[in-house]
Design a protein around this ligand. Structure first.
Ligand code: PLP
Length: 433
């Protein structure tokens, strides 16, 4: 399968090129040339299949032309070594808990899949050693570092702002060792991101080493997220719920929801989507006005969604041939303040005994407000509430139990390399690697 660029000015790429490059040479995002429809027989029997079996069928439609069946199956099964349960919250609302992976956040799925796919190309195609640079304000760094841990032929450098990441998040990428190096930058998140961008544009560095990124613009990271949309619907079918399924996604860069939209194009029976936003409401404004106006991001308590210019919006536009009408007929939006998020998290805990994290709370609220009586709603619970322990404890006034997996990270020894925020120091460091 070939991949084209949403900007239409770059040559078509193979899967391997798209994964290694991340972004097309015209700065567009890669899109698969064909989105295969899955047969109705698959949708009929989905309810009796395991998560891994369902995911493999979807993965085969995306990647089957480029990877032999046994290797692809191994990549899928290896990625999904944890469950994604559908939990009833109240009335006709269900939570798809995506936080049972190694770092307790949904980004584990894409990060693990991408690492194994890159590992496959490196082993099979004599691809040169690849260096992944990732700037993080918390969650992306931990998912990528853990996803890529121990994968042969890949080194990961996680750049994070010194003193600006919570201790729980920090220990998830600074205690790993092996092929993971944590770079503690004396600056803010934007400085880290600027360093990564400058590195990709620097000729000396690119001659010295093969650099790539691992954010949700990479096809190997965002497409595998389609797997759990199919599994969510399968679990509803098992409960006898087949009609008027609505999926609500707490959205920042829109990689997650875009994977769901791909699922719908493949035939997944979902009647509509809701993109739930915190105060960073660029997409919601687009739906209202048909104008896309990026803004500076605003800090909120659902901080993984603090995005002022969602990178995957270009893919949404491309999927719907730039039609505002087509987009608004399948996706609706909403925006909530921190106060509303807090109120919802507290109320849901008191009424339903279900503990949300601040991101899931945004999505749950949208269903509670906008789901029609004949519809059944699923929201994606994207992170474990303990990842936002202080915030959640302040809201509910009770302590939150930290799962064993997170506690294990906190026992490790922190290892990091301290660097100032100027590019010359960063470059000099990488040139010695
Ligand atoms: C990254 C993230 C999101 C936003 O996902 P996008 O794919 O960027 O829209 C939502 N919730 C959590 C917890 C996240 O880490």
């Amino acid at each position: 399968m070939k991949y084209y660029s949403t900007n239409g000015k770059a040559d078509r790429a193979t899967l391997q090129e798209a994964v290694v490059k991340g972004l097309a040479s015209d700065k567009g995002l890669f899109m698969p040339e064909v989105i295969k429809q899955l047969p109705s027989s698959f949708f009929d029997k989905m309810k009796d299949m395991s998560f891994q079996e369902i995911a493999y069928t979807v993965a085969d439609a995306f990647f089957g032309e480029d990877i032999d069946a046994a290797s692809l199956k191994k990549i899928v099964y290896d990625t999904l070594s944890f469950d994604v349960p559908l939990v009833h919250v109240n009335d006709n609302i269900y939570s798809l808990e995506l936080y049972h992976g190694p770092t307790l956040a949904f980004k584990d799925v894409g990060a693990r899949f991408m690492s194994r796919l890159l590992g496959y190309f490196i082993a099979k195609e004599n691809q040169k050693e690849v260096n992944v640079l990732v700037a993080t304000s918390g969650d992306t760094g931990s998912a990528v570092a853990n996803g890529f841990l121990g994968v042969k032929g890949i080194r990961v450098f996680v750049l994070y702002p010194k003193g600006k990441v919570s201790p729980i998040q920090e220990c998830q990428f600074t205690t790993l060792g092996q092929n993971i190096t944590a770079l503690e930058i004396d600056g803010v998140f934007d400085d880290c991101q600027a360093l990564v961008k400058s590195a990709f544009m620097d000729d000396d560095l690119n001659k010295h080493m093969k650099l790539t990124s691992a954010n949700s613009i990479n096809v190997a990271r965002f497409l595998p997220q389609a797997f759990y949309y199919f599994y969510a619907v399968a679990q509803l079918h098992k409960l006898g719920k087949k009609d008027n399924i609505v999926i609500c996604v707490p959205s920042g860069n829109f990689g997650n929801i875009t994977a769901g939209l791909f699922g719908k194009k493949m035939g997944l029976p979902v009647s509509r989507f809701i993109a739930a936003n915190n105060r960073n409401d660029i997409f919601f404004q687009y739906l209202l006005t048909s104008k896309y106006t990026p803004k500076a991001s605003i800090q909120t308590i659902a901080n993984a969604m603090d995005v002022g210019d969602p990178s995957n919006f270009a893919r949404v536009l491309d999927l719907y041939k730039k039609s505002h009408e087509a987009i608004s007929s399948e996706i609706s939006g909403c925006t909530y303040t921190d106060e509303q998020i807090k109120e919802t998290l507290k109320e849901c805990y008191q009424k339903n005994k279900y503990l949300l994290d601040p991101h899931g709370a945004v999505a749950y609220r949208a269903l509670a407000e906008f789901l029609k009586p004949n519809e059944v709603g699923v929201f994606l619970e994207t992170a474990h509430p303990a990842k936002f322990k202080d915030t959640v404890e302040n809201i509910i006034g009770e302590s939150v139990v930290v799962p064993q997996k997170l506690q294990e990270f906190m026992k490790g020894t922190k290892q990091s390399v301290q660097l100032p925020k100027d590019f010359d120091s960063f470059k000099a460091y990488l040139m010695t690697k």
